[in-house]
Ligand binder design. Structure first.
Ligand code: ADP
Length: 458
């Protein structure tokens, strides 16, 4: 990654440097051209005004040449050099594009490479106005080496190289820091995933991160917490089921052992066999319940127009003996006739589970243990409310109680310890309610009681 970034930065810097240098050179040469044209024009004028005093004119050409740091030739219209500030071309005949153009009355310039050196050469016509016409009487040819431009360019190039190298180092440093900042949370997350795969369910990635990565880490932590609680509940479920199965199994074993030894009356055999039958029934019920919960997702509803009030009353009647056995008073506070399409048996299952819990999780410390039942009819909805004054549910568990295998079994709530259950009832309830496209919610306060509310659109 760093190599790719470096290549991008180097290419960009090279491109920008090339543009800057090119621009600089063009501007400098243009300026040189203007300067030399001015000198050429001045020389042409000086020559014209001092044609009679050729010695003075030569002196002036030499001094202009020195000032402009250029070679200046004055050539007559036969292309013969009549003045040269370096003297060596005096009397020679010269011919080049610039001279040809200026003899036709035009100024011209060109950049040439002579022996690895760049030379700017330009020409200016010397004209004479005779009154009738303008005549070209000669040419001023100025040439100057572009060495100073090139050495300035070389300096600029070196400076740009230094700045670019510095810039590259700083950018790579910043990129490395930024990349590290970006990859650090990902590395921490990868470590977390490895921990989970190694079986450390519940592992939490520490630290606060912003943006999408922060959300991802929050979701990961939530997932890990959930997995851990599912695993805990799974273990509890297996523990409970094993315990539940062990008791009848031990009874059956003991009963059979007792029958195998000794001579017993047929009546004793019958009595023991009856006990064995009852214990097997208990086991069968348990297994059926587990099977039903495993097939939870597959349930299909048999919908018919039903009176919710009647179903609720029937269910309350059915569970009343169990409530009385547990000293819980079931009180129907409000009852209406609400006719809607629903699966009667499934709704009974829902109500039984909720009522069973409100009795089961009653608070022994309360003088009166009670469960109030309401069926309220409004314009577009019916509401079933089951409100108990039992143990209540800790706030942090409220979001999970409809999860499969979830039980409030935290050691800080010892009152729950001896209450049997598998953490399946409410997940069955939720599933059935969802299938009806109704909704269920719970309000609860530890020590005060719980309120289950089912909303039925009508
Ligand atoms: P369980 O078989 O454990 O009762 P449920 O799915 O029916 O399983 O309930 C899940 C958990 O919700 C229970 O273990 C219990 O901690 C809590 N709970 C449900 N109903 C009540 C209630 N009325 N009062 C207090 N706690 C409740």
């Amino acid at each position: 990654m760093l190599i790719i970034y470096s290549i991008i930065i180097v290419l960009t810097l090279t491109g920008v440097s090339f543009l800057i240098l090119n621009n600089y050179k063009n501007t400098r040469i243009k300026n040189e051209e203007i300067r030399l044209f001015q000198t050429g024009n001045i020389v042409a004028d000086t020559y014209k005004s001092n044609m009679e005093d050729i010695i003075f004119a030569r002196f002036m050409v030499k001094s202009y040449g020195k000032q402009a740091n250029a070679r200046i030739l004055v050539i007559d219209n036969n292309r013969k050099v009549i003045m040269d500030n370096y003297n060596s071309y005096m009397g020679k005949k010269l011919d080049n594009d610039e001279i040809k153009a200026s003899l036709k009355g035009k100024s011209k310039s060109g950049l040439y490479e002579i022996e690895d050196k760049e030379v700017l050469q330009l020409s200016v016509p010397i004209t004479m106005n005779t009154g009738l016409e303008t005549k070209v009487i000669g040419v001023v040819l100025v040439s100057a080496s572009m060495d100073s431009v090139n050495s300035d360019m070389e300096n600029l190039k070196n400076n740009i190289l230094k700045i670019s190298t510095f810039g590259l180092i700083i950018s790579l440093l910043l990129i490395t820091i930024a990349a590290n900042n970006m990859t650090k949370p990902l590395k921490t997350l990868t470590h977390g995933v490895e921990k989970i795969s190694a079986g450390h369910l519940g592992y939490q990635v520490e630290g606060k991160y912003n943006g999408e990565i922060g959300l991802l880490i929050d979701s990961f932590n939530h997932m890990s917490y959930k997995l851990n609680s599912i695993e805990k509940n799974r273990k509890n479920l297996i523990n409970n089921i094993s315990h539940e199965l062990k008791t009848p199994l031990t009874s059956i074993k003991t009963l059979i052992e007792s029958l195998s030894f000794g001579d017993n009356d047929i009546e004793i055999y019958k009595e023991y066999l009856q006990d064995i039958y009852e214990e097997s029934n208990r086991m069968e019920e348990l297994v059926n319940y587990i099977m039903a919960s495993i097939k939870l997702e597959d349930i299909t509803l048999e919908l018919k127009e039903e009176n919710i009030g009647e179903i609720l009353e029937e269910t309350v009647k059915f569970i009343t003996p169990y409530a009385e056995k547990n000293n819980v008073q079931l009180k129907i506070m409000e009852m209406e006739d609400i006719i809607v399409k629903c699966d009667k048996n499934k709704l009974k299952e829902v109500l039984l589970n909720i009522l069973d819990n409100s009795i089961k999780y009653g608070d022994e410390n309360k003088e009166i243990k009670e469960v109030k039942i309401f069926l309220v009819k409004e314009k577009h909805k019916g509401t079933i409310i089951v409100e108990d004054n039992g143990l209540g549910i800790p706030e942090e568990s409220l979001n999970n109680i409809f999860d499969r295998d979830f039980r409030v079994l935290d050691g800080s709530f010892p009152s729950y310890k001896n209450i049997e259950g598998y953490g399946l009832g409410l997940s069955i309830v939720k599933n059935i309610i969802d299938k009806h496209k109704w909704s269920i919610l719970v309000e609860s306060e530890l020590g005060l009681g719980s309120k289950f509310i089912i909303n039925i659109p009508i």
